[in-house]
Design a protein around this ligand. Structure first.
Ligand SMILES: Nc1ncnc2c1ncn2[C@@H]1O[C@H](COP(=O)(O)OP(=O)(O)O)[C@@H](O)[C@H]1O
Ligand SMILES: [Mg+2]
Length: 370
């Protein structure tokens, strides 16, 4: 570091520490400008960087301030300037240049340039990781929405199409049975027809149940509370667990996305309580508070160690809870699991009434961008 005083060297070291911790690209650039000014009195600087192929960003500092400009073509350094490329093998990666002259100018740029370049590369890599994570979440959400839509469609087909056909088959069988019994003295035929009619009735019940499990239409027509009551009733009917649904506060309509998300999460939580908990009682509590709706599913079963839900990178790996978390994130809601071995489990979901608007705003933003 020839030509630099002890305090300037300290300043350069401080600069390196700061940009390694910088939270964004602009922070890196502005630290570079400050340091160049302090150690070599350089206040007219261009920094050009290519964050991706055929794209360049230029930051230009002079006594008026800093100007940022994107370029689609290589913004080459000025002829008479002192220029230090980030990568001597590939000048188009970017550079730092200035039209200042003086002994310290080139050494200062040569010390700063590689540090700035590594910090910018790090920022680009971080941005890429963040974008990838974001698009993965978007993908998961789109997937869940598509699945809901498909289930709704199949449920409707089952209920309306197949269901109606079975209803008319049942009526036809009844008609045939009535004809067969008294007039033609064919009791055996009438008996067969009655049995067939009963079978069709059982099929019809199964189809209605299946259709309801796939998509509870009551959610669309009457809203969350009746749908949850129905869910509790169905769950109790199909298991040995007593499932109860209680509500507090004045019910509000929450919107289709929130209704379906809460419904599906409760469905998962209840099914967990029935399948894993060895519980005798499950309670769904719905509370319409002033600013939010709170929905909890509590069981009195054996509980579990929630650490088992995560892998060694603290990523949630169990699929049921993972889906609950994604659904809650999608509607801007909070989600909490309280459990301990031998002490039951409570799943709690909190949806602020305003979350719907937040959600819509975010959706609009994404659409307008894409
Ligand atoms: N209510 C509960 N009581 C006891 N254990 C539970 C309960 N809910 C979940 N678990 C445990 O957590 C695990 C993960 O649950 P989940 O994510 O829903 O996945 P899955 O139900 O497919 O196993 C379960 O396998 C079970 O061991
Ligand atoms: Mg589960």
């Amino acid at each position: 570091m020839d030509g630099f005083s002890q305090s300037e060297i300290r300043q350069i070291a401080e600069f390196v520490r700061k940009i390694a911790k910088a939270s964004n690209v602009d922070a890196v650039i502005s630290e570079a400008f400050i340091t160049l000014k302090d150690i070599a009195k350089i206040d007219r600087v261009r920094i050009v960087y290519s964050p991706s192929p055929s794209k360049w960003t230029e930051w230009k500092a002079d006594k008026h301030g800093i100007e940022v400009r994107p370029h689609d073509e290589w913004p080459s350094p000025e002829k008479k300037s002192v220029t230090v490329p980030f990568d001597p093998e590939n000048g188009h990666c970017g550079f730092i240049s200035t039209d200042h002259k003086g002994n310290k100018v080139r050494p200062a740029l040569e010390i700063i340039a590689p540090e700035v370049w590594s910090a910018l590369l790090l920022q680009s890599a971080l941005a890429r990781v963040q974008r990838a994570a974001l698009s993965e979440t978007e993908l998961v959400r789109a997937n869940l929405r598509a699945r809901d839509e498909e289930r709704r469609h199949i449920a409707r087909e089952l209920h309306d199409d197949l269901g109606q056909s079975l209803v008319s088959l049942k009526l036809t069988l009844k008609y045939a049975e009535d004809l067969a019994r008294p007039r033609l003295r064919m009791p055996a035929v009438a008996k067969e027809l009655a049995a067939a009619r009963e079978d069709v009735g059982v099929m019809l019940d199964k189809i209605r149940d299946l259709s309801h499990t796939l998509y509870p239409r009551v959610l669309d027509s009457l809203g969350l509370v009746p749908a949850m009551r129905e869910l509790a009733h169905q769950a109790a009917r199909h298991s040995r667990v007593a499932v109860e649904c209680t509500t507090r506060g004045k019910p509000r309509r929450l919107g289709k996305d929130i209704d379906i998300a809460l419904y599906r999460c409760c469905q998962e939580a209840i099914s967990n309580a029935i399948r894993h908990a060895e519980a005798s009682d499950v309670v769904i509590r719905i509370e319409f508070a002033r600013n939010e709706v709170r929905v909890a599913v509590e069981d009195n079963g054996k509980g579990f160690d929630p650490r088992n839900l995560y892998d060694s990178n603290s990523r949630m790996m169990s699929s049921g809870f993972w889906t609950i978390r994604q659904r809650m994130a999608d509607i801007g809601a909070a989600f909490r699991v309280s459990t301990a071995e031998g002490r039951g489990t409570a799943i709690e979901m909190i949806v602020p009434y305003s979350s719907r608007k937040v959600h819509d705003r975010r959706k609009n933003k994404t659409t307008s961008r894409g």
